[in-house]
Design a protein around this ligand. Structure first.
Ligand code: HEM
Ligand SMILES: CC(C)=CCC/C(C)=C/CC/C(C)=C/COP(=O)(O)OP(=O)(O)O
Length: 298
């Protein structure tokens, strides 16, 4: 655990440390889902400039949200092996620096969306930012083991943001994409929380495997995976996607259900870790399949 500030870092080292706080790997998948939302919203490929500016705007606000999450949770992060290396937890960069850089990124993102995309997307992105930093991080996460069920709504917004960025309106299709990520998030996070339960117990955060045990959490992972599998078929019934997506998602769902059932029957930390990794592959391939299916139609 590193709670004591290390000797001061150079500006370049502090900027690098800040960039890690922006959770670039998580946010690359978040922005990918927004990009697919943009592609699905337009009958042809979206205009390249609009696509690039909208993606950048959403990415900048997501980076700001992630950095502020690290700032708010710096004391908790310092207690967990997974997060104690973060610059905010170590004291390598100050709260003022983090707030300043995050505000600059977030403001730039919102300005891009307001100036070049549309105000609906700008407001929805701001609401997503508030949902993650205030509702999830500050209120729900320390208060209830079901934090992720409601808090996951912010992570589910990006495809809808991508959609509104291209069309200026909300319709059934992006709401289905929202629903898919919303139902995917609890199995994604709970699988990790299971094999990281000692970390969470040390942190004092009321995570489901700590408060209600592994068996209860795995049952919930299974229920959410069943609901996710059902929701993942809606794009086919709405006519958004065709046979290619149907085949791909059926295989992806079978494997995810297999992991969830195996966790319930014969839990091990290794299996929970593999389930967590698979959840990321699942969501990536689901959105890739939605896009590929559209290409096949062209
Ligand atoms: C609020 C909802 C979410 C929670 C609580 C959550 C939780 C987490 C946690 C704790 C990790 C860290 C794993 C580690 O440090 O080893 C993680 C990793 C990851 N999450 Fe999520 N997640 C959420 C939503 C999402 C969403 C919406 C996406 C993408 C659309 C996503 C994609 C990823 C990816 C790609 C990683 C792997 C990052 C890496 O390899 O470093 N997550 N998630
Ligand atoms: C467009 C926009 C503003 C999007 C924001 C959405 C967003 C950043 C979702 C968060 C996904 C994420 C990093 C979860 C980590 O959970 P955690 O914070 O519980 O994990 P930790 O323990 O690693 O901090």
């Amino acid at each position: 655990m590193h709670t004591v500030a290390t000797p001061s870092l150079s500006l370049g080292q502090r900027l690098t440390a800040f960039s890690h706080l922006c959770k670039p790997r998580v946010n690359s998948l978040i922005v990918f889902t927004a990009m697919i939302g943009m592609c699905l919203a337009t009958p042809d490929f979206p205009p390249l400039l609009r696509f690039t500016v909208a993606s950048l705007g959403i990415a900048l606000v997501s980076f700001a949200a992630a950095a502020l999450n690290c700032l708010v949770e710096r004391t908790v992060d310092a207690k967990m092996a997974r997060t104690s290396w973060r610059a905010t937890a170590r004291g390598d960069i100050s709260p003022l620096e983090t707030v300043t850089l995050a505000t600059a990124l977030g403001a730039a993102g919102l300005w891009l969306l307001h100036s070049y995309i549309n105000d609906l997307t700008m407001w929805l992105t701001l609401a997503t930012f508030v949902g993650y930093t205030v509702i999830y991080t500050l209120i729900l996460k320390p208060a209830t083991p079901m934090n992720i069920v409601i808090g996951g709504a912010s992570g589910a917004m990006p495809p809808l943001l991508g959609w509104t960025a291209m069309t200026g309106q909300v319709s059934a299709e992006p709401l289905v994409l929202f629903l898919i990520i919303f139902l995917w998030t609890p199995p994604h996070f709970w699988a990790l929380a299971c094999y990281r339960r000692d970390d969470y117990a040390r942190s004092g955060l009321p995570m489901l495997p700590v408060t209600h045990g592994i068996a209860f959490t795995c049952q919930h992972i299974l229920w959410y995976t069943v609901m996710l599998a059902a929701a993942s078929l809606i794009p086919v019934s709405l006519g958004m996607s065709g046979t290619f997506y149907l085949i791909a998602i059926s295989l992806l769902d079978l494997v995810f259900l297999g992991y969830a059932i195996a966790l319930c029957r014969n839990y091990s930390d290794g299996l929970a870790r593999r389930t967590f990794r698979y959840s990321i592959l699942y969501l990536t391939l689901l959105f890739a399949a939605l896009f590929a299916d559209r290409l096949i139609v062209f």
